[in-house]
Design a protein around this ligand. Structure first.
Ligand code: MSP
Length: 588
C-alpha cells in the first residue's frame, strides 16, 4: 500500500499537493512494474473548524463545501494521471463508522479517557503546543505567525505518554522507518522533551465525527484524518479482502506533517494493536524565490499555473521536472520556470529525444526499419563499450535509487546511458559504415546496441514518463509483454533481430514560459539562450560537474557527427545543437 496524505478541502490545490501525489505515483508505478500488488490511496480531509467557518462565510452547509472542493482535488488527481486505486473522503460513511469503531476500541482499552486540559492552541493548525514549544515559538504559530490562544477544555485524551519509550525506540533503532534520515533528529528532539497525552476531541465546533457515546464532542481532525489509511481498506470491517494491504509500505508527505505520521500515528496503531507502516517519507517543501509559499504571501504555484506548465511541456515533461528538481530529500526546492525549460531541453529534448530519433532514423534508413539478423551478437563489443555491463550497472543503480526515493538519481542513471550512446555513435561512425558493404554486420551491431541501451533507459524512466514511454514502445518495442516485470525489462537483450522499428520524435523543442506559465517572447528569454558576451582572451578550462560534463561531451559528439555527415554550421540542426552546447556550458 502506497499513500499520499488526504488533502484539506479548505485549501486550493497547489504544487505541494500535486508534487506529493506525483512522488507517490512514481513510487506506485515503480512497484507495480516490479509486479507488486499495489494499492495506492489518496483522498480528502474534510472535517474541522476551518471548513465549518469557510462554509459559514459562504452560507452553505459544510458538506456542500466539502463536496465541491473534494471534487476539485479528485479532478486534479485525474488530470495529473495520478494512478490511485481509491479516493477516500473523511465524510464517507465507510470512514466515519470505522473511525468511531476504532475510537470505541481505544476507549475500552483505556488508551482514550476523559480529562481536563489547559494549553496553547494554534487555531490555524488546530494543534496544541506544550509550554516549552509555545515559548520557543514566542507564543506565535510557527506556520501562520498568528498568536497562539490559551484554551481550556474538557476533552478526551489519547494516552500518548504511554507509548513514549516505544516511539522513541522506533525512531532511534529503525533507520528505514522515517526517511530522509535528516527528519529523525527533528522528531527525536521533540520526543525527548517528553510526550504528553493529546486531546483528541473538540467541543468548540460540530463539523466532525461525533465521539462515540458523547455527542457533545467531535473527534479531533488529525485522529480522524490519520485513520483514513486503515478505514479505506476496511480494517474495522470483518472479512474485508483489502486488509491484506496493511501495513502500508509507505506514507508519502511533506515534512511539516511528519510529527503526526511518525509519532502520533505509530502510537495510535500500537494502541490499536495494529502493525506499523514500513515507512514514512517526508519530503521537503517547494519554495518560491527562496520564500515559503503561503496564503499571506499569495505566492503559491497554483493550479492555473501548474496546468499551463503541464499543458506546455506535456504531463510527462513536467513530471520529469518535478521528479528531478523537486524537494524529495531533506532540502527544500525552488520552483523556477527557467529550470523547467533547461531540464526539459537538456535531458528530454537533447538527450533522450534526440538520441532516440537519431538511432531509430538510422535503423529505418539503413535497414528499412527491421533490425538485422545476428545484430544482437554479444561477442561484438566495440572498444570501451561493453554495453551489457554498462546497462546492468546503471539499471541496478536506478532500481536502488527508486527504492531510496532518490528520483533524481534514477533519471541520472538513464541519462548517463543515453549520453554514452551519443558518444558511441560518434566514435563508431555508423554513417561511414553505411557506405561500406563490408561493414554491414558491424553497422547492425552498432544500431542494435544503441537501440537496446535506449530501450533500457526508457524502461528506467517509465515510472516518471509513463506516456512518453508508451509512445516510444509503439516505435521501438520496449518489452515483449505488458506484464513483464521491470527486472525482466532491464535485462540486456530484450530487443530481438527482426523487430520492426519506426522513427520516433518524442519531445518537441518548446519556447520557455515565465513564472506565471505564459509563453515568453524572444526578448525576454533567459540570458543563456541569447548571444553570449564577448569572451576574454585568456582561456581558462572550466571544470563542470560530471553530469554536465557528460552532457557537454555528448552534445559535442553530436555536433561532430552532424558535420561528419556533411552538414555545416549554416544548417539549422547544427546551429541549434551549437546553441544547446553553449547553454550547457553556461549552465554552471
Ligand atoms: N490534511 C492533512 C493531511 C492529513 S493525512 C492523514 C494535510 N493536508 S494538506 O492539504 O495541507 O497538505 C497535503 C500535502 O501537501 C502534505 O504532504 C503537505 O505536506 C504537502 N504540502 C503542502 N505545501 C507544500 C509545499 N509548499 N511543498 C511541498 N509539499 C507541501 O496536511
Amino acid at each position: 500500500m502506497v499513500t499520499t496524505p488526504i488533502y484539506y478541502v479548505n485549501d486550493k490545490p497547489h504544487i505541494g499537493h500535486v508534487y506529493t501525489s506525483t512522488v507517490a505515483d512514481i513510487y506506485a508505478r515503480y512497484k507495480r512494474l516490479q509486479n507488486m500488488d499495489v494499492f495506492f490511496l489518496t483522498g480528502t480531509d474534510e472535517h474541522g473548524l476551518k471548513v465549518e467557518q469557510s462554509a459559514e462565510k459562504r452560507q452553505i452547509p459544510a458538506q456542500a463545501l466539502a463536496d465541491e472542493n473534494s471534487l476539485v482535488f479528485q479532478e486534479v488527481m485525474k488530470s495529473n494521471e495520478i494512478s490511485f486505486d481509491d479516493f477516500i473522503r473523511t465524510t464517507d460513511e465507510r470512514h466515519t463508522t470505522q473511525v468511531q469503531a476504532f475510537v470505541e476500541k481505544l476507549l475500552k482499552s483505556g488508551d482514550v479517557y476523559l480529562g481536563k486540559f489547559e494549553g496553547w492552541y494554534d487555531e490555524g493548525q488546530e494543534e496544541y503546543y506544550t509550554e516549552t514549544k509555545a515559548k520557543e515559538c514566542n507564543y506565535e504559530s510557527p506556520i501562520s505567525g498568528k498568536p497562539m490562544v490559551r484554551m481550556e477544555e474538557e476533552n478526551y485524551y489519547f494516552k500518548l505518554s504511554k507509548y513514549e519509550s516505544k516511539v522513541k525506540e522506533l525512531l532511534e533503532t529503525n533507520d528505514s522507518f522515517l526517511t530522509p534520515k535528516e527528519r529523525k533528529n527533528e522528531l527525536l528532539q521533540r520526543v525527548n522533551d517528553g510526550l504528553n497525552d493529546v486531546p483528541i476531541s473538540r467541543t468548540n465546533f460540530t463539523w466532525g465525527i461525533p465521539m462515540p457515546g458523547d455527542e457533545q464532542h467531535v473527534i479531533y481532525v488529525w485522529i480522524d484524518a490519520l485513520m483514513n489509511y486503515i478505514t479505506a481498506i476496511g480494517m474495522a470491517q470483518d472479512g474485508e479482502e483489502k486488509q491484506k494491504y496493511w501495513p502500508a509500505s509507505i506514507h508519502v508527505m511533506a515534512k511539516e506533517i511528519s510529527w503526526f505520521h511518525a509519532v502520533i500515528w505509530p502510537a495510535v496503531l500500537m494502541a490499536l494493536d495494529l502493525p506499523l507502516p514500513s515507512r514514512v517519507h517526508a519530503h521537503g517543501f517547494w519554495i518560491r524565490e527562496g520564500r515559503k509559499m503561503s496564503k499571506s504571501l499569495g505566492n503559491f504555484v497554483d493550479l492555473t499555473v501548474l496546468n499551463k506548465f503541464s499543458n506546455h511541456y506535456g504531463l510527462d515533461g513536467f513530471r520529469y521536472y518535478l521528479a528531478t528538481e523537486g524537494p524529495i530529500g531533506a532540502q527544500d526546492a525552488n520552483f523556477a520556470s527557467s529550470r523547467v525549460q533547461e531540464v526539459y531541453g537538456t535531458d528530454l529534448v537533447n538527450t533522450f529525444g534526440n538520441s532516440t530519433s537519431r538511432t531509430t532514423a538510422m535503423c529505418v534508413k539503413y535497414f528499412d526499419g527491421i533490425l538485422p539478423e545476428k545484430s544482437d551478437d554479444n561477442s561484438k563489443i566495440f572498444e570501451g563499450y561493453d554495453w551489457k555491463s554498462i546497462c546492468e550497472k546503471e539499471a541496478a543503480e536506478a532500481v536502488c535509487a527508486y527504492e531510496n526515493m532518490e528520483l533524481n538519481k534514477a533519471t541520472q542513471a538513464a541519462m548517463r546511458i543515453i549520453a554514452k550512446v551519443d558518444l558511441f555513435i560518434t566514435e563508431t561512425e555508423p554513417f561511414r559504415m553505411a557506405k561500406d558493404p563490408n561493414e554491414r554486420e558491424n553497422l547492425g551491431a552498432v544500431l542494435y546496441q544503441c537501440l537496446e541501451a535506449l530501450r533500457i533507459s526508457a524502461c528506467i524512466l517509465e515510472p516518471i514518463l509513463p506516456n512518453k514511454v508508451k509512445e516510444m514502445h509503439a516505435g521501438l518495442p520496449l518489452y515483449a509483454n505488458e506484464s513483464d516485470s521491470m527486472e525482466k525489462r532491464l535485462i540486456w537483450g530484450g530487443i530481438k533481430p527482426g523487430t520492426t522499428v519506426s522513427k520516433l520524435a518524442l519531445f518537441p523543442r518548446l519556447d520557455p514560459l515565465d513564472e506565471n506559465g505564459e509563453i515568453m517572447k524572444e526578448a525576454q528569454a533567459p540570458a543563456a539562450s541569447k548571444k553570449p558576451a564577448k569572451k576574454s582572451k585568456t582561456k581558462v578550462k572550466k571544470v563542470y560537474s560530471p553530469e554536465t560534463q557528460a552532457k557537454i561531451d555528448a552534445q559535442g559528439a553530436l555536433i561532430r557527427s552532424m558535420k561528419e555527415s556533411g552538414k555545416t554550421n549554416d544548417d539549422a540542426e547544427v546551429a541549434e545543437a551549437v546553441k544547446i552546447l553553449k547553454e550547457l556550458k553556461a549552465s554552471e
